[in-house]
Design a binder for this molecule. Sequence first.
Ligand code: PA5
Length: 429
Amino acid sequence: MISINTEIARKFISEEDFNESLEKCTDSLVQLREKTGLGAEWLGWRDLLQLPNDALLEEINALAGKIRKDADVFIICGIGGSYLGAKAVIDALSPHFGKKGPEILFAGHHMGGKYLEELLNYIKTPKSDGTPKSVYVNVISKSGSTLETALSFRMIREVLDNLYGEGATNRIVCTTSKEGGVLNGLIDEKGYKKFIIPNNVGGRFSVLTPVGLIPIAVAGIDIKTLFYGAVSAFNKYEKDASDILEYAAVRRTLHEKGITVDVFSCFEPELQSFGGWIQQLMGESEGKEGKGIFPAVASFSTDLHSLGQFIQQGTRCLMETFLIVEKQISLIKVNSLEGDHDNLNYLSGKSFHDINTKARIGTTEAHKDGDVPIINLSLSSLNAEVIGELIYFFELLTGVFVYSLDINPFDQPGVEDYKKAMYRLLGKD
Ligand code: PA5
């Protein structure tokens, strides 16, 4: 379950301004539901929760089971919306150490040559018993032509062809649009296994399609529970979207008052990558026409020792959204030591959960005193169901908030500019 508390942020805005934003956000929600707003042809991320495709979930689970059994290494090759959702869920729900199943590596998410070179050498290097590593790759690209992904995939494919000959074909899974794009040509030619990204779902809204579900299932996470967590959030907010409207209206009012940065601060490091997904979802959706709140991510208490000073006393342009996990997710406690040479016995018997909670409450007090409007977003626990709910929560919030600014949440015209300049410099026709 997810709940929000906007009490602190509301102190920074007037009732009148809030009500005006609420009205605007309520209209935005109607536009989303009735598909009458800008970019309405991109609302497939809502449709897929209305009509769950259980057969697809089963098919993905079967494939993931086979890969988990057979692979030493599984490479997720994609960028932006084609990998951030998978990474967010995998990092939120997997153990930090001693993971079971294949080692999961990322590629195609930047142009760094050193990283790719090391990755290729790593997969080429046999295991300690002298046998070759068993490597699978899932290349994910809706357009099928994104340079970072396409280039890395070309290099990885060459290694797999050399390692496994014709057997390489069965180790390559492609997730792309139904038709068109260079990747589809390659699929037709080589016979790679293909999964489809629906045309009406944009990259940053695609984590609950094969884009995110295949890597997440290979990581050993229960995708059915994740998906149905999102379905239950969909049903909940179709009946009563007051939490979404409250959050969007507070955010819109703060935006009108000149707030330009929203720091998504988590207190559990497992959620840091989820912040990365939120950052892309909101940043690419709202940062247009000179509008939007820049989404930043902080992991506390780590970043209290880096960004904390700025948040407390720097330029007052910030709001914060705290991502809180209510349920204790670890049992570790502080022990008592004879002699108390490090003066920490005053914490004896306390759990790290308690200590972290006190750090959060203390941070809330301090940042509130530093004039930072804060929204608390609480997750009842950290599991697949709640993460599924959280995904839909942020997708819907983004749609409503961005419509309330009178802009199209579903395009990204600005991203093309760097591509055009880069391709010109690279000499592409
Ligand atoms: O949200 C988006 O649409 C983008 O971030 C894309 O996901 C990203 O640019 C990757 O595109 P593609 O999947 O076409 O390779």
